[in-house]
Design a protein around this ligand. Structure first.
Ligand code: ADP
Ligand code: MG
Length: 550
């Protein structure tokens, strides 16, 4: 062990420590600059603008395809030619950053694309801009996939800074070689350098662990006392089942009246308050057409999906849209709050176009679509709930009021808690979506849509993704809104629900309205054979279910 004191003297030698510090500085700066540029490149790669996409692709192709050593020497020799004189250190930072930009761009792009596209749709329906969605919704979720890749790059770079010695950066490995060149003590000197590298990369690994813990929305939300092994391993603590139900009312639309069961949905009566003010001011305009669709056309490629839809909906009306799969029902809903542009026709909600401006040569899409959507106050509820996966139930509801409508945190929290109470989920305020049942998730999604103070609610098959026993609790919430006078368009296959709650039923097939009228007219006395055939098909399974129950 007599080598130990000498070895230790090298580990603590200021000459070598300065070299290590240089490596750290180059790595930190180049990673910071490189990742920022990488994010920009990743966004360019995903842009629909060809010029941006191609430019980013070419850059990444070139950088990844050529050796870093050549890039270093090239930057060192090329920059002075265009009049930029930098010291070796700055040159190394630039070369490493250029290199890191290309590699991190692909890691970041993969991370962003690993987040479901439906998260973008949900954010858009709440009036969030692309930038806001990226910052608040997508990147926080993508980061968990991105981080390990970026940390790998950082560790690789720290060790690779040694090649900066070719442009006379006097870093750790280079300094070790200088010492060995004089005293030939390979093992002790290089050993000391290795220990230094190991210590530095260990710090980076520890940092990775720390930040991954912080990014795990589940761990971050655990109260300290709930930090048991059970919780860590399985995501729930003892005495609680993962999908604990608040209430699970069996929906029986035929026998119930419009009264809601307050036993199961706590404070449901307050749903009536949500749009009480609206119903008051609606009295004078009740007869007026609140939503007007005129000759709405939509194509996807060469396929004509909507072939001239005309319909009107009065304020406070509940309209059920029924029709076979693929008939264009979801597409029509997306046109109404301008989640997608239409090809022809026009839609007004309360007299305003959503995201279009009227000009002398027709309608022109507005440049700030997010603001147009936010101003329209149209709530959208998706078939697959589309809750923000990294946010708790309460945070999901607060997101748009705080970020889009600029309410204060306190104000938004009070409103969000009220909304959660209205859908009977007070106890689940702090739960992440994956810990809620489908029915509970959909009720949170409804509360989230209500939080933007909607003047119109659109439901796209809100119960189609649910197990049969969870359908009732969601329909009950929707029925409560109907009773409160909310104007709603509900795409649904629940014929019994439509018969009972809707003021008007519209049957769509092949992108056109086949017939519309009162539930009794369309559902009990359909005029068209296509409607009859469709109703026979969708009503068949439930009568089958009933006969089983009997
Ligand atoms: P529905 O909701 O009535 O089941 P949709 O409105 O979802 O029907 O879809 C109507 C048709 O449009 C379907 O054939 C579907 O494949 C097509 N479609 C929907 N969205 C897109 C899209 N983004 N790109 C291409 N085709 C689409
Ligand atoms: Mg659909």
């Amino acid at each position: 062990m007599d080598w130990l004191p000498e070895f230790w003297s090298y580990v603590t030698a200021p000459f070598l420590l300065e070299g290590a510090l240089l490596a750290v500085q180059i790595t930190t700066l180049a990673t910071g600059i490189g990742v920022a540029a990488g994010l920009a490149l990743a966004l360019m790669r995903m842009s629909s603008l060809k010029i941006l996409n191609r430019t980013a692709w070419t850059y990444i192709w070139f950088i990844r395809g050529t050796p870093l050593l050549l890039q270093l020497v090239f930057v060192f020799d090329a920059l002075p030619l265009i009049g930029i004189k930098l010291d070796p250190f700055a040159t190394a930072v630039i070369a490493f950053a250029l290199n890191e930009a290309a590699f991190s761009a692909e890691i970041i792009r993969a991370g962003i694309q690993s987040v479901s596209r439906t998260q973008w749709h949900a954010a858009a329906s709440l009036g969030m801009s692309s930038y806001l969605t990226l910052r608040r919704i997508i990147l926080p979720q993508a980061l968990r996939a991105i981080l390990p890749g970026l940390i790998n790059d950082a560790i690789g770079m720290l060790k690779l800074t040694s090649i900066a010695s070719v442009i006379f950066v006097n870093e750790l490995t280079f300094r070790s070689q200088q010492i060995v060149g004089q005293n030939f003590k390979f093992f002790t000197v290089f050993g000391a350098a290795a220990v230094m590298y190991l210590a530095l990369t260990s710090v980076i690994s520890w940092f990775q662990h720390w930040i991954e813990q912080r990014l795990d929305p589940e761990i971050e939300r655990q109260p300290k006392s709930d930090f048991s092994l059970m919780t860590r391993l399985f995501g729930f603590s003892r005495g609680e089942t993962p999908h604990e139900q608040v209430g699970n009312p069996k929906y029986s639309p035929i026998t119930t009246t419009h009264a809601l069961s307050a036993k199961n949905i706590d404070a449901t009566h307050t749903i009536a308050n949500i749009s009480a003010s609206k119903t008051n001011d609606a009295s004078d305009t009740l007869k007026a057409d609140f939503v007007i669709c005129k000759n709405v056309h939509k194509n996807y490629g060469k396929r004509e999906i909507l072939k001239g839809i005309d319909l009107t909906i009065a304020k406070g009306q509940v309209v059920a849209i029924i029709g076979p799969s693929g008939s264009g029902k979801s597409t029509l809903l997306r046109m109404i709050n301008h989640l997608e542009p239409m090809d022809q026709g026009e839609i007004t909600v309360n007299g305003s176009l959503v995201g279009y401006a009227r000009t002398s040569d027709g309608l022109k899409p507005k440049s700030d679509l997010a603001k147009a959507r936010a101003d329209a106050h149209i709530g959208f509820v998706f078939q697959n709930f589309n809750l923000f996966a990294h946010l708790s139930a309460l945070e999901n509801i607060m997101e748009a009021p705080v970020q889009v409508l600029k309410q204060s945190q306190e104000q938004a929290k009070i409103s969000a808690k009220n909304l959660l109470a209205r859908v009977g989920l007070t106890r689940h305020a702090d739960h992440l979506p994956h810990r809620l049942s489908g029915g509970q998730q959909q009720r949170v999604a409804i509360a989230r849509a209500l939080a933007i103070d909607p003047q119109l609610m659109l439901f796209d098959e809100p119960t189609s993704a649910l197990d049969p026993e969870l359908v009732g609790e969601v329909l009950q919430v929707i029925r409560g809104l109907a009773d409160a006078g909310m104007t709603m368009i509900v795409v649904t296959h629940e014929i019994r629900f439509a018969r009972e709650v809707a003021d008007k039923v519209i049957f769509i097939d092949g992108g056109i309205v086949i017939e519309q009228g009162s539930p009794a007219d369309v559902l009990d006395r359909p005029k068209h054979e296509r409607t009859r055939r469709f109703l026979r098909m969708v009503e068949a399974p439930s009568s089958y279910g009933e006969s089983l129950e009997a």
